[in-house]
Design a protein around this ligand. Structure first.
Ligand SMILES: Cc1cc2nc3c(=O)[nH]c(=O)nc-3n(C[C@H](O)[C@H](O)[C@H](O)COP(=O)(O)O)c2cc1C
Length: 236
């Protein structure tokens, strides 16, 4: 219920990285609801640069476990999901957004300008990323004189995609917790082999894997240690 802050804070507080899971599978409807919430996470220009790959095939799962360096938590995790970033889907996504506004009869000029002109200009990289590098250099120079947007180089687009995908992953993990399920994000993996295993197109990469299931009573390895608030929150 909106306004039930206590429940949300309890969910955030009880989310931990789980390193030992019960064998209970994650029910299909729970997974669907959590994925649906994750897909509503904010993304830069609403481009939704992500893809969740649910690894169900046992052979693929065995290979993915190896790629995640056979981390101990994977021995018990009932399900593994790869959160993937895409940096070359922006054109398709812009068109989809504009077509959908049009279909709904609510397409405005400002939207056509934004997703039809501005975003393609910002995301386009040109041969060998030259246009992107030039735009980035130009933004940096302009910023010496006045506030300037970062007119994305290839590297900047990659950062944008990872930010958005990580927000979707965080939303997914909190949604799982709200459903009484748990997760552990995994960054300790071989990114090159992961890309090959998941047959990712050029410009796509794994942001993180997420092991999911229900926590066992040996699930939490360490006490939660939070840094002093004054190190991580600053007012000015
Ligand atoms: C991007 C990212 C990558 C992580 N990679 C791993 C990992 O490879 N293996 C692991 O056991 N935990 C991993 N973790 C979990 C962190 O160690 C954990 O979030 C941190 O210690 C805080 O503990 P908590 O999540 O229980 O609050 C990762 C967390 C994040 C956000």
């Amino acid at each position: 219920m909106i306004g039930d802050a206590a429940s949300f804070h309890q969910i955030a507080d009880s989310r931990r990285s789980i390193r030992n899971f019960l064998p209970d599978p994650v029910p299909h409807d729970v997974l669907e609801r959590c994925l649906d919430s994750a897909l509503k996470a904010p993304s830069s220009s609403n481009l939704q640069h992500w893809e969740f790959v649910v690894i169900r095939n046992p052979e693929t799962r065995a290979k993915a476990d190896q790629i995640c360096l056979d981390q101990r938590l994977l021995k018990t995790a009932p399900l593994l999901i790869a959160v993937v970033t895409h940096t070359r889907t922006w054109n398709r996504n812009c068109r989809y957004i504009l077509d959908t506004f049009k279909e709904r009869g609510i397409l405005r000029k400002s939207q056509t300008r934004y997703w039809g002109t501005l975003i393609p200009w910002a995301y386009r990289q040109g041969p060998l990323g030259c246009f992107g590098a030039m735009k980035f250099a130009a933004s940096r120079c302009l910023s010496l004189f006045r506030p300037a947007p970062n007119m994305l180089s290839k590297g900047s687009v990659r950062i944008v995609a990872h930010k958005s995908a990580a927000l979707a992953a965080a939303t997914f993990m909190l949604a799982l917790r709200a459903e009484g399920f748990d997760s552990c994000p995994i960054e300790g993996f071989d990114p090159w082999r992961a890309k090959r295993l998941l047959k990712l197109e050029s410009g796509a990469e794994v942001c993180m894997f997420l092991a999911i299931g229900k926590r066992s009573d040996k699930a939490i390895w360490w006490d939660r240690i939070l840094l002093p608030k004054k190190w991580v929150i600053r007012e000015m």
